[in-house]
Design a protein around this ligand. Structure first.
Ligand code: HEC
Length: 141
């Protein structure tokens, strides 16, 4: 009988350890994804863009909305005009660059491409333009 208890105990301890490993494994794979994104955005952006607000709205609705609608994780919510007025002090090129490369400011971390690995530079430009417009601000070109 004692052996049975020992067996159950070991089983429980084993699954506890396994769960622990599973968690750290998840973290690692998360890090790997970030590195991949960063590599992908290493290309230089010197092209000039013209904003397609319809596309920007679609990209925003698919990706950026997760943080920028209500201001998750320190993201400026679209209705937070004070924050956007400050953001619009930077020019469009800088904001586009920040959306591509990611940006860490005093409020939080904007992930590279807003986590959207299959968004093109144009998609991100459009989304930034759409967000500025919706927030009611304009940034210099
Ligand atoms: C995981 C949350 C998250 C997602 C998703 C996200 N953002 Fe952000 N974004 C942030 C945070 C947080 C900041 C504020 C950083 C700060 O100022 O401290 C930010 C700031 C910005 C800024 C201002 C950058 C600057 O230089 O001040 C722009 C532009 C921006 N995001 C565009 C986008 C676009 C476009 C998308 C969708 C493609 C997007 N974000 C998706 C979290 C997010």
């Amino acid at each position: 009988m004692k052996k049975v208890f020992l067996f159950i105990f070991l089983l429980a301890a084993g699954s506890f350890i396994l769960t622990g490993c599973g968690d750290s494994g998840n973290k690692k794979s998360g890090e790997a994804t970030t590195t991949k994104v960063e590599k992908k955005v290493e290309k230089k952006v010197e092209k000039t863009f013209a904003a397609n607000l319809e596309n920007g709205k679609a990209v925003y609705g698919k990706v950026c909305i997760a943080c920028h609608m209500t201001g998750v994780a320190g993201a400026p919510a679209l209705k937070d005009k004070t924050r956007w007025e400050e953001i619009a002090q930077k020019d469009m090129k800088t904001l586009h660059h920040d959306a591509i490369k990611g940006f860490t400011g005093k409020h939080g971390v904007m992930p590279p491409r807003g986590t959207c690995t299959d968004c093109s530079d144009q998609d991100l430009y459009d989304a930034v333009a759409y967000m500025l417009k919706t927030a009611g601000v304009t940034a210099k070109q």
